[in-house]
Ligand binder design. Sequence first.
Ligand code: 8YV
Length: 316
Amino acid sequence: MSKPELLQVGTYPEWDQTALDAAFTMHRWWEAADRDTFLAKVGPNIRAIATRGDLGASQAMIAACPNLELISVFGVGYDAVHLPSCRARGIRVTNTPDVLTDDVADIAMAMLLALVRRVVPADAWVRSGDWAAKGGPPLTRKVSGTRAGILGLGRIGAAIARRCEGFGMQIAYSARSPKPGAEGWTYIPDAVDLARNCDHLFVALAATPETRHIVNAQVLKALGPDGTLINISRAANVDEAALLDALEQGQIAGAALDVFEGEPNLNPRFLTAPNILLQPHHGSGTVDTRKAMGKLMRDNLTAHFADQPLLTPVQL
Ligand code: 8YV
């Protein structure tokens, strides 16, 4: 029996590629010289698309695959998948939640501590000889015991909140409704109010058309000159132009970002903005987690073609 034919949108680690090539016929879209011609040729045979959270599957790509049954995403975020096309045609979508929650929450805390305690400039202070020449670096502000605001209390947001509790921080959060199990944390439905009532605002929302630029100039003004912003979700949740203005005008104390519009080609203003920590979208970037993400992405494909229940279907 011939192997199911899949469209592969981008690269995967070698351990996943070997397993995929053994189980399926993989058509490598990103390697095609002329992708449209390639898609027109292989599209009719494609039964599933294997993609990544940062790549997704566009409306045009999905339309070019008339026999498409499933889109399996390597990543928890599926905002780059054209969901209206999937809903209209009953195409299933899977992602890789839970396996990356701890790593993303860990990097969020690392980014908060590195930003507020100025860990990267302090490393440069030592390397440059300033420590020997000038003594200790400028004092910073505390993190422990301050107020954390979590915009989006999903799995990752809740994991960040639990870590903040370990730092003796007070926790407040925004979500569509109060979350069961979050009784000890203050529910503040409005993002501007949440920003006004915290020192460090974590953006942990799944990106949707409704959350676009939810962190805007008003939220940043409410966060204030002593407030910091930490984004480990999607760049689309933040109005980058408003953020750059707020940083350059000292309206907020700083920002730590793991995601950017047009990444990895980010707005060059970020490279010169004051009080910013830049990270290369590596929240889930550990060997263990990427292996677990890959296995889950592949297990969803295997389950589909074995007519078994999907492991982590997305509710469309
Ligand atoms: C992925 C992510 O690494 O899970 C997500 O949604 O953004 C990251 O964990 C990325 O999507 C992989 O391409």
